[in-house]
Design a protein around this ligand. Structure first.
Ligand SMILES: [Zn+2]
Ligand SMILES: [Zn+2]
Length: 365
């Protein structure tokens, strides 16, 4: 659709992955939108723990044995983004219902729509699993411009939000999917482990389901305070109190109905198994740096638990966008750092440190 002409430079700045711990800011050719695609000017891109894991050379990160031990080289990272549509044709307009000038987000996975999962609507488990920012076929958003492929899932989002807040739609959709996996009921006591970006979104999502209690666990008082603002009814500093004891006290000794794990810390797994009641539900969203050993008979013999995984944010983007647009989340405090693209290294370091930041975003010029 020929909208108001915006000039697009031939070259742009982008962060390019050359291998583990070798990301460089470079001048590259600005991508061109092919038939049915969109060219988008990136307004903000969040840095995620998974970006960091990739940066450090994580092996088999998305479960694909055939992948090299790091993100493919020559890939532009970045999968949590928002941008403005600058070019698209009529086919793209018809498919996505967006125009030049609209502010848009795209789901992090670009499904193939051919595999068994995609054909059953389980697109987030798509076999080829092309995620923006991890494969050459789907360059990410740590750049001034990016393209949305024909297969992408695209949503509009309000221009009234600060760009870094709008880009939070990606992690928030992931949190909400984990919450959906938990099948929360009104009488449930829900425990959320970890109050980073994913955990805070889980707290907000769980609170929106209005259960009896939402208990947030973390080691940082500032993050627990934020969890309260996101809807936690009780917060526990696990360096001060034993969360298993606290939860047992709350529940006449039975334990919690639901445990949402968003830390990826090995100790958070037995913690959850121990604080759940019999027939409770354990939802794992965390991604672990190493194997975790637990007593599996807690899952079978002791408690007959439902242990469920959660990955990405399928079917939760509209809700995540609504939640951001509603202003109910303390986004000014969640989005702690906005840096220009050239300071990407500082951004990665801030995420690695994790104590002084929650969500770090890059703002391309
Ligand atoms: Zn992410
Ligand atoms: Zn597929």
């Amino acid at each position: 659709m020929p909208g108001p002409a915006q000039s697009v430079p031939e070259k742009m700045q982008a962060v390019v992955c050359h291998g583990p711990e070798d990301y460089r800011l470079e001048e590259v050719i600005t991508p061109v939108a092919g038939p049915g695609e969109a060219l988008v000017r990136v307004e903000a891109v969040g840095i995620c723990a998974s970006d960091l894991k990739c940066y450090h050379g994580a092996a088999k990160f998305w479960g694909d044995e055939n992948r090299p031990a790091w993100a493919e080289t020559e890939v532009i990272p970045g999968h949590e983004f928002v941008g403005e549509v600058v070019r698209l044709d009529e086919a793209a307009t018809a498919r996505w219902g967006v125009q030049v000038g609209d502010r848009v987000v795209s789901e992090q996975i670009v499904p193939c729509w051919q595999c068994r999962y995609c054909q059953r609507g389980e697109y987030w488990m798509c076999g080829p699993h092309d995620l923006y920012g991890f494969k050459r076929r789907t360059p990410g958003a740590m750049a001034q411009y990016m393209t949305f492929p024909v297969e992408a899932l695209v949503h509009k989002i309000s221009k009234h939000l600060p760009a870094a807040h709008a880009a939070f739609a990606e992690p928030l959709s992931c949190s909400l999917h984990a919450v959906e996996r938990a099948d929360i009921g009104f009488d449930d006591v829900v425990v959320v482990a970890g109050c980073g970006p994913i955990g805070l979104g889980m707290v907000a999502g769980a609170a929106a389901k209005f259960p009896a209690r939402v208990v947030a666990l973390d080691m940082a008082p500032a993050k627990l305070e934020l969890a309260e603002q996101c809807g936690a009814t009780l917060t526990v500093d696990i360096t001060q109190q034993d969360p298993v004891e606290v939860v047992k006290d709350l529940t006449d000794g039975y334990g919690a109905d639901v445990y949402l794990e968003g830390t990826g810390h090995p100790a958070a797994v037995p913690q959850g198994l121990n604080l759940l009641r019999k027939l409770g539900r354990f939802v794992e969203y965390g991604v672990f740096g190493s194997d975790v050993t637990v007593d599996w008979s807690i899952i079978s013999d002791d408690k007959e638990l439902d242990v469920r995984g959660a990955h990405l944010g399928p079917h939760c983007w509209p809700a995540a966008i609504r939640m951001l647009e509603s202003g109910r989340l303390p986004m000014d405090r969640i989005c702690t750092h906005q840096l220009p693209l050239e300071r990407f290294q500082e951004g990665l370091d801030l995420v690695a440190d994790g104590t002084s930041s929650i969500k770090v975003s890059l703002i391309p010029a």
